[in-house]
Design a protein around this ligand. Structure first.
Ligand SMILES: *[C@@H]1O[C@H](CO)[C@@H](O)[C@H](O)[C@H]1NC(C)=O
Ligand SMILES: *[C@@H]1O[C@H](CO)[C@@H](O)[C@H](O)[C@H]1NC(C)=O
Ligand SMILES: *[C@@H]1O[C@H](CO)[C@@H](O)[C@H](O)[C@H]1NC(C)=O
Ligand SMILES: *[C@@H]1O[C@H](CO)[C@@H](O)[C@H](O)[C@H]1NC(C)=O
Ligand SMILES: *[C@@H]1O[C@H](CO)[C@@H](O)[C@H](O)[C@H]1NC(C)=O
Ligand SMILES: *[C@@H]1O[C@H](CO)[C@@H](O)[C@H](O)[C@H]1NC(C)=O
Ligand SMILES: *[C@@H]1O[C@H](CO)[C@@H](O)[C@H](O)[C@H]1NC(C)=O
Ligand SMILES: *[C@@H]1O[C@H](CO)[C@@H](O)[C@H](O)[C@H]1NC(C)=O
Ligand SMILES: *[C@@H]1O[C@H](CO)[C@@H](O)[C@H](O)[C@H]1NC(C)=O
Length: 719
């Protein structure tokens, strides 16, 4: 057989068989592969052929139809140049024995001719970098069953990827990148287990999910579907693509978690998931992909702890920017420190188990003794408290230096909150093993050292189960000679109510109604204590979800109480905490009368409490953008109350309390009557607390009474 290889070379002056090794496939080893194909051709897998080619031919303009009159024995035709324009002549399809056709990097326009479906022997087809438009003809792919490499990248192709591509059972590499293909990725394409070199669908308009069939690509080394409109989650099955070295899914709208199954990809070198909407945490399993040299998840919604090992040891190989809720990781990453709850809990757990197993008998024997000791201690404590109230509770001394040390120099990583009157840092005091929260007051006024300490000391004796404990205070000068005042609180591991209400994507769950009720009860108890059980009533003045912290057991602890008094102390108004100098709370939670220069009052706290309660039930912040021009959270609830409350109650809360699993698309909400009554009563309390006139608001005693009734009703058997 007399076969001819015809090569039109317009841009290269010299030609050798190695010059055929064009940069069809960017990555280096793909080039290697390509040379392999060439080697194969010249070592006799294919019929012997003689070469004839044109070089430096000034062949601009369209390809003549006569191209179709070339010998039908022609097996290879390369026209990789840069000037051929116009339509590809249909007649080219007459060259039915072609196994290799390259027309890349020209100015070809119009559609890919249907006549290409006559290339039933075609193995390698390169049409990249042209201006070809229209759809990829389904008939072509359906008929080119010998095709092994197909590069249509960088054209103007539109429409769907034809599912007939499933007929190309020999395909090893496909590049459709840089077109405007749309629709879903056909599962037939993903079912081609022959695909091994590359599947590049990047820079198109593909939509829909990434089908789990992607797991069938067990031989693929490079998978690039970046810069499309894919949505939904990354299928766990991706972990079956055991040959993957490069996985690029950036620039889509993928959500859900990063599947930990990725860790099965032992050969993975580069992983880019940036610019999606992925949430959850970074799976720690990824740290055992030892080959990984580059990891990019920037600009997602990720949170939680960053692993420390594997690739995560080298900050310059991971990109995590734009995920505000990530914490931990190596220091170079400059992330904030994570709350230490997991480790602590697990430790406790195993510890406790051990004790139960080994020492249970001894424990029982010792029980009576321990009880005696405890009772004795409590009695003594009570006695001391009663007799020497003014002398106990002297502040443990803590210096600026110690706090500076405890917080790594008040580093950004340790910053856990900012508020009206200062910054809150997490730190670990040398003297005390425990982790503490340190509130550094940012105050203009200088001095007032003694009265600050005295007042702080007084607050230290204000103790209640639902108040954050003040451990100590510090009034000093910092290393620049500026006034430095800080309050050291006990640290709450479960963060603030604010996070639980509005960032539950990170926390992975929503507060149940019972939990919310317990928290409300806790806050109310704290307020009751501040308003009625202290020597002189303490107005909190800045009650809001971020000032309600939750401990290990989800018990609410109100923080920042007394800041108003402390600040006015420093301002020289120590005798008059009702002065409206200093703090006035936070927009949305401050009662309307504070805006009219009215004095701080317990009624003002009740307003904030009411708003907080409504926020906990509706899931809406009082500062939600829908509230403006006199329309506020109170009105929003009032309008729906009492007949349409289900329309305003937090949807996530409702779905949790919903009695029936919705089967139809119309979600019918069916609450147990007890639950509905409970919601209604709570909303009523919220409304009564947040009325405009201070005198009409109910006080905390009435709130406690009401809450007790609700708690009892909800605890009634729900059947
Ligand atoms: C290919 O054919 C040419 C003559 O056309 C011959 O000289 C050459 O040896 C052949 N090569 C192989 C590998 O058969
Ligand atoms: C090219 O081939 C077609 C048939 O395929 C024929 O009609 C035509 O005359 C040929 N042209 C030349 C210049 O040989
Ligand atoms: C596709 O291939 C079939 C045989 O497999 C053939 O009959 C048909 O003509 C081809 N289609 C085109 C458009 O050439
Ligand atoms: C791509 O196609 C979509 C329709 O499928 C169209 O809306 C969009 O404008 C196109 N983009 C470009 C760059 O042509
Ligand atoms: C896929 O194609 C794009 C654009 O053509 C290119 O930038 C990218 O490097 C390719 N991906 C891989 C894995 O080769
Ligand atoms: C990570 O991805 C982002 C967004 O896609 C990009 O801006 C950044 O350059 C990438 N990081 C690295 C190190 O390539
Ligand atoms: C990202 O996901 C969150 C929920 O996790 C959703 O509220 C938000 O609309 C999503 N953003 C985009 C751009 O899809
Ligand atoms: C992978 O990491 C996890 C925890 O990160 C570990 O439990 C597991 O043993 C590791 N697997 C391998 C194969 O190293
Ligand atoms: C971290 O990665 C960079 C390349 O990204 C490399 O130059 C450097 O040596 C690595 N550092 C360590 C400690 O492995």
């Amino acid at each position: 057989m007399d076969c001819v290889v015809l090569l039109f070379y317009f841009s290269f002056f010299t030609f050798s068989s190695s010059a055929l090794n064009l940069d069809f496939w960017h990555p280096h080893h793909i080039n290697n592969h390509y040379s392999n194909t060439i080697d194969r051709h010249s070592t006799g897998d294919l019929p012997n052929h003689s070469h004839s080619f044109f070089q430096d031919n000034n062949f601009g303009g369209p390809l003549p139809k006569i191209i179709g009159n070339l010998s039908t024995h022609l097996s290879q035709l390369a026209m990789a140049g840069n000037l051929i324009s116009g339509k590809i002549p249909t007649e080219l399809g007459n060259l039915v024995n072609l196994i290799f056709l390259s027309m890349e990097d020209n100015l070809l326009t119009d559609v890919i001719p249907e006549s290409f479906s006559k290339f039933q022997k075609m193995q390698e087809l390169f049409l990249k970098i042209n201006k070809l438009s229209g759809e990829i003809p389904a008939a072509i792919l359906g008929n080119l069953s010998q095709l092994s490499l197909l590069d249509l990248s960088d054209n103007l192709l539109v429409g769907k990827i034809p599912s007939t591509i499933g007929n190309c059972k020999m395909l090893q590499g496909v590049d459709f990148s840089m077109n405007n293909l749309s629709g879903a990725i056909p599962t037939e394409l993903l079912g081609l287990s022959s695909l091994s070199i590359l599947l590049n669908l990047s820079h198109n308009s593909l939509s829909g999910n990434l089908p789990p069939e992607v797991g069938l690509l067990q031989n693929i080394e490079r998978l690039d579907i970046s810069e499309n409109h894919l949505s939904g989650g990354i299928p766990t099955k991706i972990g079956d693509c055991l040959s993957l070295e490069y996985l690029f899914l950036e620039g889509n709208s993928l959500d859900g978690n990063i599947p930990s199954s990725l860790s099965s990809l032992k050969g993975l070198l580069q992983l880019d998931l940036s610019r999606n909407n992925l949430s959850g945490s970074i799976p720690h399993e990824l740290q055992n992909i030892s080959a990984l040299e580059w990891f990019n998840v920037s600009f997602n919604n990720l949170g939680g702890e960053v692993p420390l090992l594997g690739i995560f040891q080298n900050a310059s190989r991971v990109s995590l920017t734009g995920n505000d809720r990530l914490c931990g990781g190596v220091a170079k990453l400059n992330l904030r420190i994570c709350p230490p709850k997991d480790v602590k809990k697990r430790k406790h757990h195993s510890h406790r188990k051990l004790i139960i197993i080994i020492f249970s008998i001894a424990f029982l024997l010792l029980l009576s003794f321990i009880l005696t000791v405890i009772i004795y201690k409590i009695m003594r404590k009570r006695q001391r408290k009663a007799s020497t109230d003014s002398t106990i509770g002297k502040l443990p001394k803590v210096s600026y230096q110690e706090l500076h040390h405890a917080t790594d120099g008040f580093s950004v990583q340790n910053l856990i909150g900012t508020g009206g009157v200062g910054f809150v840092y997490k730190g670990r005091l040398n003297s005390e093993e425990r982790v503490v929260a340190i509130k550094v007051l940012s105050l203009q006024k200088k001095g007032a050292h003694k009265s600050f300490i005295a007042e702080c000391n007084a607050f230290r004796n204000i103790r209640h189960r639902n108040l954050v404990k003040i451990i100590t205070c510090c009034s000093s000068v910092d290393h620049k000679g500026n006034d430095f005042k800080a309050i050291v609180y006990e640290f709450m591991t479960n963060g603030s109510l604010e996070e639980w209400l509005h960032q539950n994507a990170e926390l992975q769950r929503t507060l149940t109604l019972e939990e919310r009720l317990e928290i409300v009860f806790g806050i109310a108890s704290a307020l009751h204590y501040l308003h009625h059980d202290c020597e002189k009533p303490i107005v909190h003045c800045d009650l809001k979800p971020s000032n309600v912290l939750l401990d290990d057991d989800m018990v609410a602890h109100v923080s920042d109480f007394g800041i108003a008094r402390l600040v006015s102390t420093i301002d020289g108004n120590s005798n008059n905490q009702t002065s409206s100098m200093g703090i006035k709370g936070t927009i949305g939670y401050t009662p309307p009368e504070y805006g009219m220069d009215s004095q701080l009052s317990t009624e003002g706290d009740m307003y904030s409490f009411g708003i907080l309660l409504l926020e906990m039930l509706t899931g809406r912040r009082p500062t939600d953008e829908m509230f403006k021009d006199g329309y506020n959270l109170h009105n929003y609830v009032k309008i729906a109350f009492p007949n349409n409350i289900l329309e305003i109650v937090d949807a996530t809360l409702l779905s949790m309390e919903n009695d029936h699993v919705a089967v139809t698309t119309e979600v019918a909400i069916h609450l147990h009557p007890n639950v509905e009554r409970c919601l209604s009563s709570l909303l009523k309390i919220g409304l009564s607390c947040s009325v405009e006139s201070p005198r009409e608001r109910i006080n905390i005693k009435e709130v406690i009474t009401e809450l007790n009734i609700i708690l009892k009703a909800l605890a009634d058997p729900r059947g």
